[in-house]
Design a protein around this ligand. Structure first.
Ligand code: ZN
Length: 489
Protein backbone atom coordinates (compact mmCIF):
# COMPACT_ATOMS: atom_id res chain seq x y z
CA UNK A 1 0.00 0.00 0.00
CA UNK A 2 1.47 3.37 -0.94
CA UNK A 3 1.81 5.76 1.95
CA UNK A 4 -0.30 8.71 0.86
CA UNK A 5 1.37 10.92 3.48
CA UNK A 6 4.58 10.76 1.44
CA UNK A 7 4.59 13.11 -1.53
CA UNK A 8 4.93 11.34 -4.83
CA UNK A 9 6.56 13.03 -7.78
CA UNK A 10 7.21 12.26 -11.42
CA UNK A 11 10.96 12.66 -11.07
CA UNK A 12 13.19 13.03 -8.04
CA UNK A 13 16.86 14.00 -8.39
CA UNK A 14 18.36 12.89 -5.13
CA UNK A 15 21.63 13.37 -3.28
CA UNK A 16 23.20 15.97 -5.55
CA UNK A 17 24.88 19.30 -4.95
CA UNK A 18 22.55 22.04 -6.12
CA UNK A 19 24.04 25.02 -7.96
CA UNK A 20 20.81 26.92 -8.50
CA UNK A 21 21.84 29.41 -11.22
CA UNK A 22 21.55 32.59 -9.11
CA UNK A 23 25.25 32.60 -8.22
CA UNK A 24 24.40 31.60 -4.62
CA UNK A 25 26.68 29.07 -2.88
CA UNK A 26 26.11 25.41 -3.69
CA UNK A 27 24.10 23.33 -1.23
CA UNK A 28 23.04 19.75 -0.74
CA UNK A 29 19.44 19.46 -1.93
CA UNK A 30 17.05 17.10 -3.68
CA UNK A 31 14.88 18.33 -6.52
CA UNK A 32 11.35 17.15 -7.32
CA UNK A 33 9.53 17.50 -10.64
CA UNK A 34 5.88 17.09 -11.55
CA UNK A 35 4.82 17.60 -15.15
CA UNK A 36 6.89 20.36 -16.71
CA UNK A 37 7.74 22.08 -13.45
CA UNK A 38 10.00 21.94 -10.43
CA UNK A 39 7.70 21.48 -7.44
CA UNK A 40 10.08 21.09 -4.49
CA UNK A 41 13.72 21.70 -3.59
CA UNK A 42 15.30 20.58 -0.30
CA UNK A 43 15.55 17.45 1.81
CA UNK A 44 13.08 15.12 0.12
CA UNK A 45 14.38 11.87 1.61
CA UNK A 46 10.86 10.73 2.51
CA UNK A 47 9.40 11.32 -0.94
CA UNK A 48 8.91 8.87 -3.78
CA UNK A 49 8.78 9.26 -7.55
CA UNK A 50 8.19 7.37 -10.78
CA UNK A 51 11.83 7.96 -11.63
CA UNK A 52 14.55 8.55 -9.06
CA UNK A 53 17.91 9.84 -10.31
CA UNK A 54 20.86 9.32 -8.00
CA UNK A 55 22.98 12.47 -8.25
CA UNK A 56 25.46 11.71 -5.46
CA UNK A 57 28.81 13.30 -6.19
CA UNK A 58 27.24 15.28 -9.01
CA UNK A 59 26.14 18.87 -9.54
CA UNK A 60 22.50 19.58 -10.31
CA UNK A 61 22.15 22.86 -12.20
CA UNK A 62 19.63 24.65 -14.40
CA UNK A 63 19.88 23.57 -18.03
CA UNK A 64 22.32 25.88 -19.78
CA UNK A 65 21.03 28.71 -21.95
CA UNK A 66 23.13 29.27 -25.05
CA UNK A 67 22.81 33.05 -25.37
CA UNK A 68 24.30 33.21 -28.85
CA UNK A 69 23.41 30.68 -31.52
CA UNK A 70 22.70 30.29 -35.20
CA UNK A 71 20.44 27.32 -34.50
CA UNK A 72 17.39 28.82 -36.28
CA UNK A 73 17.28 26.01 -38.84
CA UNK A 74 19.15 23.38 -36.79
CA UNK A 75 15.99 23.24 -34.63
CA UNK A 76 14.07 22.22 -37.75
CA UNK A 77 16.45 19.92 -39.62
CA UNK A 78 17.99 18.10 -36.63
CA UNK A 79 15.48 18.52 -33.79
CA UNK A 80 17.38 16.06 -31.57
CA UNK A 81 19.92 18.93 -31.21
CA UNK A 82 22.78 16.62 -30.15
CA UNK A 83 25.47 19.34 -30.27
CA UNK A 84 23.53 21.28 -27.65
CA UNK A 85 21.91 18.62 -25.44
CA UNK A 86 25.23 16.77 -25.12
CA UNK A 87 26.64 19.89 -23.40
CA UNK A 88 23.69 20.35 -21.04
CA UNK A 89 22.10 23.16 -23.07
CA UNK A 90 18.30 23.25 -22.76
CA UNK A 91 17.53 26.63 -24.37
CA UNK A 92 19.09 28.28 -27.43
CA UNK A 93 18.83 31.96 -28.34
CA UNK A 94 18.58 32.11 -32.14
CA UNK A 95 18.70 34.92 -34.70
CA UNK A 96 22.03 36.48 -33.72
CA UNK A 97 24.37 38.71 -35.73
CA UNK A 98 21.57 40.17 -37.85
CA UNK A 99 20.50 36.90 -39.46
CA UNK A 100 17.33 34.97 -38.67
CA UNK A 101 15.36 32.24 -40.40
CA UNK A 102 12.38 34.59 -40.76
CA UNK A 103 11.01 36.69 -42.21
CA UNK A 104 11.89 35.72 -45.78
CA UNK A 105 9.69 37.01 -48.60
CA UNK A 106 8.97 34.09 -50.97
CA UNK A 107 10.26 34.63 -54.48
CA UNK A 108 11.92 37.96 -53.66
CA UNK A 109 15.47 36.60 -53.98
CA UNK A 110 16.91 33.60 -55.74
CA UNK A 111 20.22 33.86 -53.88
CA UNK A 112 20.61 33.93 -50.12
CA UNK A 113 22.83 36.90 -49.26
CA UNK A 114 25.74 36.49 -46.83
CA UNK A 115 25.68 36.15 -43.88
CA UNK A 116 22.09 34.82 -43.94
CA UNK A 117 23.62 31.98 -45.96
CA UNK A 118 25.27 30.73 -42.75
CA UNK A 119 21.85 29.10 -42.21
CA UNK A 120 21.57 27.79 -45.77
CA UNK A 121 22.69 28.79 -49.26
CA UNK A 122 19.39 27.52 -50.72
CA UNK A 123 16.49 30.02 -50.85
CA UNK A 124 14.07 27.08 -50.68
CA UNK A 125 15.23 26.51 -47.09
CA UNK A 126 13.55 29.79 -46.06
CA UNK A 127 9.83 29.01 -46.21
CA UNK A 128 8.58 31.43 -43.52
CA UNK A 129 7.23 34.76 -44.77
CA UNK A 130 6.42 35.90 -41.24
CA UNK A 131 8.07 35.40 -37.89
CA UNK A 132 4.79 34.02 -36.56
CA UNK A 133 4.90 31.28 -39.19
CA UNK A 134 8.41 30.33 -38.08
CA UNK A 135 7.50 30.18 -34.37
CA UNK A 136 4.29 28.27 -35.05
CA UNK A 137 6.24 25.72 -37.06
CA UNK A 138 8.61 25.26 -34.10
CA UNK A 139 5.60 24.68 -31.87
CA UNK A 140 4.01 22.20 -34.26
CA UNK A 141 7.27 20.30 -34.63
CA UNK A 142 9.08 20.73 -31.31
CA UNK A 143 12.82 20.25 -31.01
CA UNK A 144 14.53 18.67 -28.02
CA UNK A 145 15.50 22.07 -26.59
CA UNK A 146 13.69 25.36 -26.04
CA UNK A 147 14.16 28.27 -28.42
CA UNK A 148 14.10 32.00 -27.68
CA UNK A 149 14.26 33.83 -30.99
CA UNK A 150 15.74 37.15 -32.05
CA UNK A 151 14.89 38.85 -35.36
CA UNK A 152 17.86 39.77 -37.53
CA UNK A 153 18.16 43.25 -39.00
CA UNK A 154 19.97 41.91 -42.08
CA UNK A 155 17.04 39.54 -42.64
CA UNK A 156 14.66 42.52 -42.32
CA UNK A 157 16.79 44.37 -44.90
CA UNK A 158 16.66 41.39 -47.27
CA UNK A 159 12.87 41.37 -46.91
CA UNK A 160 12.30 45.14 -47.18
CA UNK A 161 14.97 46.18 -49.71
CA UNK A 162 16.04 45.06 -53.17
CA UNK A 163 19.56 46.38 -53.12
CA UNK A 164 21.47 45.82 -49.86
CA UNK A 165 24.56 47.89 -50.66
CA UNK A 166 23.10 51.24 -49.58
CA UNK A 167 21.35 52.67 -46.51
CA UNK A 168 17.60 52.06 -46.23
CA UNK A 169 15.32 54.97 -47.11
CA UNK A 170 12.44 56.10 -44.90
CA UNK A 171 9.88 53.85 -46.56
CA UNK A 172 12.18 50.83 -46.18
CA UNK A 173 12.85 51.64 -42.52
CA UNK A 174 9.08 51.84 -41.99
CA UNK A 175 8.70 48.47 -43.71
CA UNK A 176 11.38 46.94 -41.44
CA UNK A 177 9.61 48.42 -38.41
CA UNK A 178 6.38 46.71 -39.49
CA UNK A 179 8.17 43.38 -39.91
CA UNK A 180 9.82 43.74 -36.50
CA UNK A 181 6.47 44.64 -34.93
CA UNK A 182 4.95 41.49 -36.42
CA UNK A 183 7.80 39.42 -35.01
CA UNK A 184 7.63 40.95 -31.53
CA UNK A 185 3.86 40.41 -31.41
CA UNK A 186 4.40 36.78 -32.41
CA UNK A 187 6.88 36.21 -29.55
CA UNK A 188 10.35 37.25 -30.68
CA UNK A 189 12.63 38.30 -27.83
CA UNK A 190 14.34 41.21 -29.57
CA UNK A 191 16.42 42.49 -32.46
CA UNK A 192 19.95 41.62 -33.55
CA UNK A 193 22.21 43.49 -35.96
CA UNK A 194 25.42 42.57 -37.76
CA UNK A 195 26.83 45.72 -39.35
CA UNK A 196 30.25 44.09 -39.62
CA UNK A 197 28.88 42.15 -42.62
CA UNK A 198 28.81 43.67 -46.13
CA UNK A 199 25.01 43.34 -46.50
CA UNK A 200 24.38 45.44 -43.36
CA UNK A 201 27.54 47.58 -43.40
CA UNK A 202 25.86 50.36 -45.45
CA UNK A 203 23.17 50.72 -42.76
CA UNK A 204 23.65 54.01 -40.94
CA UNK A 205 23.32 54.42 -37.18
CA UNK A 206 20.07 56.30 -37.95
CA UNK A 207 18.71 53.28 -39.83
CA UNK A 208 19.52 51.01 -36.89
CA UNK A 209 18.00 53.45 -34.40
CA UNK A 210 14.90 53.80 -36.56
CA UNK A 211 14.31 50.06 -36.65
CA UNK A 212 15.20 49.59 -32.96
CA UNK A 213 12.60 52.16 -31.88
CA UNK A 214 9.97 49.44 -32.25
CA UNK A 215 11.53 47.70 -29.23
CA UNK A 216 10.18 50.49 -27.00
CA UNK A 217 6.70 49.11 -27.52
CA UNK A 218 7.63 45.53 -26.60
CA UNK A 219 10.57 45.57 -24.21
CA UNK A 220 12.83 43.33 -26.32
CA UNK A 221 16.60 43.08 -26.14
CA UNK A 222 19.08 44.59 -28.63
CA UNK A 223 21.91 42.18 -29.51
CA UNK A 224 24.72 43.70 -31.56
CA UNK A 225 27.48 42.10 -33.55
CA UNK A 226 29.20 45.47 -33.55
CA UNK A 227 30.49 47.19 -36.68
CA UNK A 228 34.17 46.84 -35.82
CA UNK A 229 35.91 44.53 -33.34
CA UNK A 230 39.37 45.78 -34.28
CA UNK A 231 40.93 49.25 -34.59
CA UNK A 232 37.66 51.21 -34.32
CA UNK A 233 36.00 49.19 -31.58
CA UNK A 234 35.18 52.12 -29.29
CA UNK A 235 33.09 53.91 -31.94
CA UNK A 236 31.39 50.59 -32.70
CA UNK A 237 30.55 50.01 -29.03
CA UNK A 238 29.19 53.55 -28.75
CA UNK A 239 26.98 52.94 -31.78
CA UNK A 240 25.54 49.82 -30.12
CA UNK A 241 24.84 51.78 -26.93
CA UNK A 242 23.09 54.52 -28.98
CA UNK A 243 20.92 52.02 -30.86
CA UNK A 244 19.95 50.31 -27.59
CA UNK A 245 19.07 53.67 -26.07
CA UNK A 246 16.91 54.53 -29.10
CA UNK A 247 14.92 51.35 -28.48
CA UNK A 248 15.08 51.72 -24.67
CA UNK A 249 16.40 48.18 -24.91
CA UNK A 250 18.98 46.28 -22.87
CA UNK A 251 22.13 46.04 -24.99
CA UNK A 252 23.96 42.77 -25.54
CA UNK A 253 27.37 43.09 -27.17
CA UNK A 254 27.74 39.81 -29.03
CA UNK A 255 30.87 37.62 -28.81
CA UNK A 256 33.01 40.43 -27.45
CA UNK A 257 36.56 40.13 -28.74
CA UNK A 258 39.58 42.08 -29.98
CA UNK A 259 40.65 41.11 -33.49
CA UNK A 260 44.23 41.18 -34.72
CA UNK A 261 47.62 41.36 -32.98
CA UNK A 262 47.72 45.14 -32.78
CA UNK A 263 44.46 45.17 -30.79
CA UNK A 264 45.41 42.38 -28.41
CA UNK A 265 45.31 43.48 -24.79
CA UNK A 266 42.76 46.24 -25.45
CA UNK A 267 40.03 44.35 -23.57
CA UNK A 268 41.30 46.19 -20.49
CA UNK A 269 40.03 49.40 -22.07
CA UNK A 270 36.92 48.02 -23.78
CA UNK A 271 35.69 46.38 -20.57
CA UNK A 272 36.22 49.65 -18.67
CA UNK A 273 34.30 51.46 -21.42
CA UNK A 274 31.48 48.90 -21.26
CA UNK A 275 31.35 49.08 -17.46
CA UNK A 276 31.07 52.88 -17.69
CA UNK A 277 28.21 52.61 -20.20
CA UNK A 278 26.51 50.07 -17.95
CA UNK A 279 26.23 52.81 -15.31
CA UNK A 280 23.91 54.68 -17.70
CA UNK A 281 21.98 51.88 -19.43
CA UNK A 282 21.75 48.08 -19.30
CA UNK A 283 24.76 46.61 -21.17
CA UNK A 284 26.04 43.04 -21.05
CA UNK A 285 28.22 40.79 -23.20
CA UNK A 286 28.37 37.28 -24.43
CA UNK A 287 31.52 35.34 -25.22
CA UNK A 288 32.72 31.89 -26.25
CA UNK A 289 35.79 30.28 -24.67
CA UNK A 290 38.21 30.09 -27.63
CA UNK A 291 40.91 32.24 -29.25
CA UNK A 292 39.55 31.65 -32.75
CA UNK A 293 36.35 32.97 -34.29
CA UNK A 294 34.28 31.55 -37.13
CA UNK A 295 32.10 33.06 -39.81
CA UNK A 296 31.87 33.34 -43.58
CA UNK A 297 35.16 33.09 -45.49
CA UNK A 298 36.38 36.63 -46.19
CA UNK A 299 39.66 38.03 -47.46
CA UNK A 300 39.82 40.93 -45.01
CA UNK A 301 40.37 38.46 -42.16
CA UNK A 302 43.47 36.83 -43.64
CA UNK A 303 45.96 39.53 -42.66
CA UNK A 304 44.85 39.55 -38.98
CA UNK A 305 44.65 35.76 -38.58
CA UNK A 306 47.57 33.56 -37.56
CA UNK A 307 45.77 30.54 -39.04
CA UNK A 308 42.63 29.99 -41.15
CA UNK A 309 40.71 26.69 -41.35
CA UNK A 310 37.93 26.30 -43.93
CA UNK A 311 34.73 24.90 -42.34
CA UNK A 312 32.68 24.50 -45.52
CA UNK A 313 32.65 25.34 -49.20
CA UNK A 314 29.65 24.93 -51.50
CA UNK A 315 31.59 24.36 -54.76
CA UNK A 316 34.58 22.54 -53.20
CA UNK A 317 33.20 20.61 -50.21
CA UNK A 318 36.23 18.31 -50.14
CA UNK A 319 38.26 21.11 -48.55
CA UNK A 320 36.14 21.36 -45.36
CA UNK A 321 38.48 21.01 -42.40
CA UNK A 322 41.62 22.01 -44.33
CA UNK A 323 43.88 24.94 -43.53
CA UNK A 324 43.50 27.67 -46.15
CA UNK A 325 47.28 27.67 -46.79
CA UNK A 326 47.14 23.94 -47.57
CA UNK A 327 44.18 24.45 -49.91
CA UNK A 328 46.03 27.23 -51.77
CA UNK A 329 49.08 24.98 -52.08
CA UNK A 330 46.95 22.07 -53.28
CA UNK A 331 45.22 24.27 -55.88
CA UNK A 332 48.45 26.02 -56.90
CA UNK A 333 47.03 29.50 -56.24
CA UNK A 334 47.43 32.28 -53.65
CA UNK A 335 45.31 32.14 -50.45
CA UNK A 336 43.30 35.11 -51.79
CA UNK A 337 42.56 33.25 -55.03
CA UNK A 338 41.60 30.19 -53.02
CA UNK A 339 39.10 32.31 -51.05
CA UNK A 340 37.43 33.31 -54.34
CA UNK A 341 37.31 29.74 -55.61
CA UNK A 342 35.79 28.38 -52.39
CA UNK A 343 32.82 30.82 -52.18
CA UNK A 344 30.29 30.59 -50.66
CA UNK A 345 32.28 29.24 -47.73
CA UNK A 346 32.90 29.42 -44.00
CA UNK A 347 36.11 29.56 -41.97
CA UNK A 348 37.74 29.57 -38.55
CA UNK A 349 40.13 32.47 -37.87
CA UNK A 350 42.78 32.53 -35.13
CA UNK A 351 42.47 36.22 -34.30
CA UNK A 352 42.34 36.65 -30.52
CA UNK A 353 44.69 36.75 -27.57
CA UNK A 354 44.20 34.26 -24.73
CA UNK A 355 44.44 36.95 -22.04
CA UNK A 356 41.65 38.96 -23.69
CA UNK A 357 39.50 35.83 -23.85
CA UNK A 358 40.05 35.17 -20.13
CA UNK A 359 39.47 38.79 -19.13
CA UNK A 360 36.22 38.95 -21.13
CA UNK A 361 34.93 35.60 -19.83
CA UNK A 362 35.65 36.68 -16.24
CA UNK A 363 33.95 40.09 -16.60
CA UNK A 364 30.89 40.01 -14.30
CA UNK A 365 28.52 41.12 -17.10
CA UNK A 366 29.53 38.35 -19.54
CA UNK A 367 27.23 35.42 -20.30
CA UNK A 368 28.22 32.34 -22.26
CA UNK A 369 27.14 31.94 -25.88
CA UNK A 370 28.62 29.37 -28.26
CA UNK A 371 28.12 31.11 -31.63
CA UNK A 372 28.39 27.58 -33.06
CA UNK A 373 27.68 26.92 -36.76
CA UNK A 374 25.52 23.78 -36.87
CA UNK A 375 25.49 23.42 -40.66
CA UNK A 376 29.26 23.45 -41.20
CA UNK A 377 30.68 20.01 -42.06
CA UNK A 378 33.90 20.88 -40.19
CA UNK A 379 32.62 23.37 -37.62
CA UNK A 380 34.45 25.42 -35.03
CA UNK A 381 34.66 23.15 -31.92
CA UNK A 382 32.67 25.72 -29.93
CA UNK A 383 29.53 24.14 -31.43
CA UNK A 384 30.08 20.96 -29.36
CA UNK A 385 32.36 22.20 -26.59
CA UNK A 386 31.55 25.67 -25.28
CA UNK A 387 29.75 24.95 -22.00
CA UNK A 388 31.84 21.99 -20.76
CA UNK A 389 34.96 23.98 -21.73
CA UNK A 390 33.93 26.89 -19.51
CA UNK A 391 33.15 24.52 -16.62
CA UNK A 392 36.13 22.21 -17.12
CA UNK A 393 39.02 24.21 -18.48
CA UNK A 394 38.24 27.78 -17.41
CA UNK A 395 36.50 27.06 -14.09
CA UNK A 396 38.04 23.86 -12.69
CA UNK A 397 41.53 24.06 -14.21
CA UNK A 398 42.23 27.78 -14.67
CA UNK A 399 40.00 28.87 -11.75
CA UNK A 400 38.91 31.92 -13.67
CA UNK A 401 35.71 31.99 -11.60
CA UNK A 402 33.83 29.84 -9.10
CA UNK A 403 31.53 27.07 -10.25
CA UNK A 404 28.58 29.10 -8.99
CA UNK A 405 29.64 32.11 -11.09
CA UNK A 406 30.27 29.94 -14.16
CA UNK A 407 26.82 28.34 -13.91
CA UNK A 408 25.21 31.76 -13.33
CA UNK A 409 26.81 33.05 -16.56
CA UNK A 410 25.10 30.25 -18.50
CA UNK A 411 21.73 30.17 -16.70
CA UNK A 412 20.28 32.74 -14.29
CA UNK A 413 22.10 35.77 -15.71
CA UNK A 414 21.02 34.90 -19.23
CA UNK A 415 17.37 34.20 -18.38
CA UNK A 416 17.21 37.37 -16.30
CA UNK A 417 18.73 39.63 -18.94
CA UNK A 418 16.65 38.24 -21.81
CA UNK A 419 13.54 38.18 -19.60
CA UNK A 420 12.82 34.46 -20.11
CA UNK A 421 10.10 33.64 -17.59
CA UNK A 422 10.51 30.51 -15.45
CA UNK A 423 13.99 29.65 -16.76
CA UNK A 424 17.57 29.75 -15.57
CA UNK A 425 17.09 29.16 -11.84
CA UNK A 426 16.23 25.95 -9.96
CA UNK A 427 13.30 26.82 -7.72
CA UNK A 428 9.70 25.66 -7.28
CA UNK A 429 7.30 26.71 -10.06
CA UNK A 430 10.09 27.18 -12.61
CA UNK A 431 10.28 24.89 -15.63
CA UNK A 432 12.27 21.72 -15.00
CA UNK A 433 15.16 22.42 -17.36
CA UNK A 434 17.94 20.61 -15.51
CA UNK A 435 21.43 19.26 -16.12
CA UNK A 436 23.25 16.78 -13.87
CA UNK A 437 27.01 16.74 -14.39
CA UNK A 438 30.21 15.58 -12.75
CA UNK A 439 32.22 18.66 -11.71
CA UNK A 440 35.43 16.60 -11.51
CA UNK A 441 35.31 15.31 -15.09
CA UNK A 442 33.21 17.70 -17.16
CA UNK A 443 35.28 18.74 -20.17
CA UNK A 444 35.10 19.55 -23.85
CA UNK A 445 36.74 17.05 -26.19
CA UNK A 446 36.01 18.72 -29.53
CA UNK A 447 39.24 19.99 -31.11
CA UNK A 448 40.28 21.88 -34.23
CA UNK A 449 40.97 18.59 -36.00
CA UNK A 450 38.07 16.59 -34.45
CA UNK A 451 35.49 19.32 -33.95
CA UNK A 452 32.33 17.24 -33.42
CA UNK A 453 33.46 15.10 -30.49
CA UNK A 454 30.92 14.94 -27.71
CA UNK A 455 31.76 16.53 -24.35
CA UNK A 456 32.29 14.35 -21.28
CA UNK A 457 30.89 14.54 -17.76
CA UNK A 458 27.22 15.23 -18.57
CA UNK A 459 25.02 12.64 -16.82
CA UNK A 460 21.57 13.64 -17.90
CA UNK A 461 19.59 16.57 -19.23
CA UNK A 462 15.89 17.31 -18.69
CA UNK A 463 13.87 19.73 -20.80
CA UNK A 464 10.51 20.88 -19.42
CA UNK A 465 10.44 17.93 -17.04
CA UNK A 466 11.24 15.25 -19.63
CA UNK A 467 14.46 13.24 -19.86
CA UNK A 468 16.05 14.38 -23.11
CA UNK A 469 19.63 13.10 -22.81
CA UNK A 470 21.02 10.24 -20.74
CA UNK A 471 24.08 7.98 -20.83
CA UNK A 472 25.63 9.96 -23.66
CA UNK A 473 22.69 9.87 -26.00
CA UNK A 474 19.39 11.43 -26.93
CA UNK A 475 16.28 9.77 -25.50
CA UNK A 476 14.30 10.87 -28.54
CA UNK A 477 12.25 13.26 -26.42
CA UNK A 478 11.10 16.46 -28.18
CA UNK A 479 9.75 18.67 -25.41
CA UNK A 480 11.36 21.99 -26.32
CA UNK A 481 9.06 24.99 -26.44
CA UNK A 482 9.17 28.49 -27.84
CA UNK A 483 10.16 30.77 -24.97
CA UNK A 484 8.31 34.04 -25.22
CA UNK A 485 9.59 36.99 -23.22
CA UNK A 486 8.25 38.37 -20.02
CA UNK A 487 5.97 41.30 -20.79
CA UNK A 488 7.43 44.65 -19.76
CA UNK A 489 6.17 45.95 -16.43
ZN1 ZN B 1 28.31 37.54 -34.92
Amino acid sequence: MPDTAQPHYDILIRGGTLVDGTGAPRRAADLAIRGQRIVAVGDLAAAGAELVIDASGKVVAPGFIDSHTHDDRYLIVDPAMPAKLSQGVTTVVTGNCGLSQAPWIPGKRTEVPAPINLLSTDAADFPFATFRAYLENLERHPAAVNAACLVGHTSLRAAAMDDLDRPANDAEIAHMQDLLREAMQAGAIGLSTGTAYPTAMPATTEELMGVAQVLREYGGIYASHIRDEADHIFAALDEAFAVGAAGQAPVLVSHHKLIGPKNHGRSVQTLAHIAAAAERQPVRLDAYPYVAGSTILRKDRLAVSSRVIVTKSAPLPQYAGWDLDKIAEDMGVTPEEAVDALQPAGAIYFIMDERDVERILAYPGTMIGSDGMPHDPAPHPRLWGTFPRVLGYYCREMQLFTLEEAVHKMTGMTAGYFGLPGRGVLKPDNYADVVVFDPATIADTATWSSPTRQAQGIDCVLVNGAMAWRDGQSTGSRTGSVVRPRQPA
